[in-house]
Design a binder for this molecule. Structure first.
Ligand code: ADP
Ligand code: F6P
Length: 324
């Protein structure tokens, strides 16, 4: 078992997500309550390699729980993918007395955390991504806020779509996962939900459904298209030509990553931040915190990275029935 830690570093890496600040705040305040020192590492692994490191105290994280984004900034770092960069990172941690790190990010960031753990720096990962694409957990920090943000935007598009009796394709984020699209599809009452995990590319079927819907008296046709399927603009052009129904594409984009976190994201991120510190205090390393079956749990990072998850089949079936 790894030695217990005295000074914890915390960083955010990969895409930002609402609730990351709540996690940072919780790491800082829990660590201080446990008698540890805390250092904030700015700009993820890139900042670590540039020694962008500052002492944090309880006041450093005042007025942050309600803020979107990450007060530590975030970045992607090519150099850290290679052993030389990882060794440099571990050496910098040692130089600054950092013997434990909490990494808030997605699978890529956990890969980096795992490499640091192998080099003797105790690491704990927290799942921070709007995409919900981390297999070991039913919850990721930021997903709930992103879905609510997208849902509210789509409600607005629905108003104008109905008024003009149009077909609207709305593209939501998620990288290669369709969770945001699935949730918005159900929550917004969309007529079609295109998920990278399920969509066969059969556009004729989609066109037939739009025409049938119009015959059944539908005033609009909302298609929630996941980023992993993409091509919303060209799809809209083809649908308009094939159906004669005016069709518009909207790509929601980065607005989905911003904004004040929901209560769920503030609460879960806070509990997860505390758990990360407690795991380090127990001498644990190379673990990732998750939420499964109503409990906060932790897994070996290597094990977590080999896990797979898929769109829940029953939920997808329900989504299709409700869209009729
Ligand atoms: P996310 O953490 O959201 O999945 P990325 O995949 O962009 O985002 O990864 C974030 C950062 O984590 C990368 O820029 C890189 O510095 C680091 N990283 C990703 N994969 C690895 C890897 N295999 N080994 C070491 N570091 C990695
Ligand atoms: O992982 C979060 C996310 O917003 C994805 O949904 C999206 O594919 C990606 O990040 C965009 O990344 P970038 O900020 O590098 O454009």
């Amino acid at each position: 078992m790894a030695d217990k830690v005295k000074t914890i570093g915390v960083l955010t890496s990969g895409g930002d997500a609402p609730g990351m600040n709540a996690a940072i705040r919780s790491v800082v305040r829990t660590a201080i309550a446990r008698g540890l020192k805390v250092k904030g590492i700015r700009r993820g692994y890139a900042g670590l390699l540039k020694e962008e490191i500052e002492d944090l105290n309880s006041r450093s994280v005042s007025e942050t729980i309600q803020r979107g984004g990450t007060i530590l900034y975030t970045a992607r770092c090519e150099e850290f993918r290679y052993l030389e960069g990882q060794q440099k990172g571990a050496d910098i941690c040692r130089k600054h007395g950092i013997d434990g790190i909490v990494v808030i990010g997605g699978d890529g960031s956990f890969n980096g955390a795992c490499k640091l753990a192998n080099l003797g720096i105790n690491t704990i990962g927290l799942p921070g991504t709007i995409d919900l694409d981390i297999a070991c957990t039913d919850y990721t920090i930021g997903f709930d806020t992103a879905v609510n943000t997208a849902m509210q935007a789509i409600d607005k598009i629905r108003d104008t779509s109905t008024s003009h009796e149009r077909c609207s394709i709305i593209e939501v984020m998620g990288r290669s996962a369709g969770y945001i699209a699935l949730w918005c599809g159900v929550a917004n009452g969309a007529e079609n939900i295109l998920l990278p995990e399920r969509y066969t590319g059969n556009e004729q079927e989609l066109i037939d459904q739009i025409v049938e819907g119009r015959k059944r008296g539908k005033k609009h046709h909302l298609i929630i298209n996941a980023e992993g399927v993409g091509h919303s603009t060209s799809m809209a052009r083809r649908i308009e030509v094939a159906t004669g129904i005016e069709t518009r594409a909207t790509i929601l984009g980065y607005m989905q990553r911003g904004g004040s976190p929901t209560a769920i994201d503030r609460y879960y991120a806070s509990i997860m931040g505390a758990k990360a510190v407690d795991l380090l205090c127990e001498g644990k390393s190379n673990r990732v915190v998750g939420y499964r079956g109503g409990e906060f749990v932790d897994f070996d990072i290597n094990e977590a990275l080999t896990m797979k998850k898929d769109i829940p089949p029953y939920e997808y079936e329900v989504a299709k029935i409700l869209a009729k």
